[in-house]
Design a protein around this ligand. Sequence first.
Ligand code: ADP
Length: 280
Amino acid sequence: DVINVQPQAAKRIPMTRGNDEFSDLTQLFNDMLDRMQRYIEQQEEFVEDVSHELRTPVAIIEGHLTMLNRWGKDDPEILNESIGASLQEITRMKSLVQEMLDLSRAEQVEVHYPNATTDVKAVTNQVFNNFKLIHPEFTFTLDDDLREATLVKIFHDHFEQILIILMDNAVKYSQKRQEVHLSISRSERNVEIAVQDFGEGISEEDLKRVFNRFYRVDKARSRDKGGNGLGLSIAQRLVDSYHGSISVDSVLGNGTSFRMLFPVYHPEATEETTPTEQTP
Ligand code: ADP
């Protein structure tokens, strides 16, 4: 009964020394078991993380409703404050649920959009212009040395979403120097999009973990800015799904730079390329 198999309880088969088909099968079985166990552990961790993340807004709403129930009916000040704060927490929970959905859908998205191609030059320019409008207090610069449209095999909304996540973070974690630099460049094989800010930066220790889901360098501050700690995990999963790569460099106190590479799509060519760190 496949459904009732509990991989936690299943046992690895001891390896024999021989170099025959039985050893190959044993190896295969053990590898499959390890993968299933890892998958189940990840799912359990995810449920734990999510419960933990939801506990805070639920507790805050509960506190306000209790207050409203006791004193709020006769006190317009408490009434206003509690309703305002509860609505704010509900907005936060809605965004958390949306981001969790985005995260779970971000894997293997390519299967759902097998023929999608996007002109990344056009979208980068459009996102750049939108940010200038939304954040007039910031200085945005764009280095675009592409002469023509550059296609990548990615669904338009997903490329836009990744770029918005990086740009939003650049704005959110800026300090006094309200500047964000965006660049797009390419080689024959790859296109590179980079977002650089001159803000608070990330320590070497934290840098290893920023792509982990729910990871925030400063939980309380990120929360104040409306962050759930899921943006970079969504971005990384999406980039991976489309055969791209994403990396980050940062100097604490000096700023951060995120860099993405995607293989350029040449409609006339049959073979696809995978990005390499050496190029462009
Ligand atoms: P959040 O919703 O908290 O912004 P992310 O997954 O997008 O979640 O980012 C994870 C954490 O990485 C953030 O909470 C922040 O501490 C750090 N971070 C992300 N981008 C930057 C940046 N450009 N500068 C400094 N810190 C950043």
